[in-house]
Design a protein around this ligand. Sequence first.
Ligand code: SAM
Ligand code: SF4
Length: 467
Amino acid sequence: MNLPNMLDAKKRNSEETKHIYLDDKASDMYKNKKYFIRTYGCQMNVHDSEEIAYILENVGMTPIDTIEGADVVVLNTCAIRENAHDKLYGFLGRCKHEKETNNHDLIICICGCMPQEESVANDLIKNHPYVDIVFGTHNIHELTDMLLNKMDNQNIKVYSMQGEVFENVKYKRDSNIKAWVDIQYGCDKFCTYCIVPYTRGKQRSRYSTEIVKEVECLKKEGYKEVTLLGQNVNAYGKDLDINYTMSDLLRDVAETKIERVRFVTSHPWDFNDEMIKVISEYDNIMTYIHLPLKSGSDRILKLMGRRYTKEDYINLFNKLKENIPNVSITTDIIVGFPGETEEDFKDTLDVVNTCKYDSAYTFIFSPRVGTPAEKMKDDVTIEEKNKRLHILNESVNKYANEANQRYLNKVVPVLIEGKSEKDNMLMGYTDTMKLVNVSGSDNYIGKIVNVKITDVKTWSLDGKIVK
Ligand code: SAM
Ligand code: SF4
């Protein structure tokens, strides 16, 4: 048993990161068995689940989309806010019931960011002995061995460490049109509210040659779009110390001539002019940027440890708008950070009114155990926080709708990804990341088509395919 430790998780030293090439371990030990995966949280977890799916199929299993009938259930968890915990425990109750009443042999696995927290790991040992396998973010590849050598007792292997970089990772991707590509793991920014640097280790970049090779393979397999993934993609390469940065990587990935290149998430601190230049030079780098604001108040930004001011942020925002034609910019904002005053909140609204974002993810601050912000004095009531969130969302929605209105009657390129949730329609995204619903035959799936926008909603556009 390996249990997590927050103090170890926080440590950073200058030791060089190991780059480990994984072997593929296949087996038919679980042949004819079925697996079910539920993923909570961000794109990184979604992509990790693609790796887990590959591992499970590599030991013989096939997927099923209910826990009833499954032999193995994997819950890939998120620790970013308290409600992520609540969601997990609700679903875990259902898994326990299934195991006790219908399938005593059901193997329940928990992984992802939650078990990286000491309190969660201890709770799983004490109160959830029916959970069979627990692994963390640093050892997904050990799932194969944990399944092949399954023990009668609960098997917990969670490492609190700076982490390694794994290459040669295989995935069962959810889409055959667009793919996630990890370029960097972990985070060293230690924003005071955030648990990620503890759950995912230090910031470490993959070798660019491996990233470009992966994109070339995806292109050969027919993929149209890649999204380069990391917590602070703009800081890519800094830890490798080889004078090769995110702008170099973007250029090399664009040069593969894959049709669409995206990247998330950008930290305003590391967004430099060279990156802006590369984005504007290449038609296949999409004109969409997610630029987290978090707060518009300099006082709160300082308390959050974000290392930019309201003015720095607005200057960068304006530079992006001026230099990248047609760019769409989204953001995320936390309201109700400890001690946030009415004045601080007004500063946030002021930035929203200045930037008029295409969209924004908005959250109420959620204290995370072990982070500095958890210990900060918080005299803002939950009613007040809810009120601020409501006011903020009204502004965000208004600007999202206005941004979409500008598309009416325009012809825009859309990568058609599949069936829409709307009856008999197809769905896809513009270069600027607008969701579009269109009518058309399934033959369009996987193609980039020109679409004339005929109707506009706050969160989506309707259109028709034109020649
Ligand atoms: N690295 C990215 C960034 O800097 O924006 C992603 C951050 S985080 C992993 C994903 C989202 O969770 C962000 O929108 C962040 O604002 C939010 N978040 C993180 N910790 C939070 C907390 N304690 N309370 C509320 N929201 C939080
Ligand atoms: Fe969390 Fe800040 Fe790192 Fe984003 S940059 S993952 S918010 S610590």
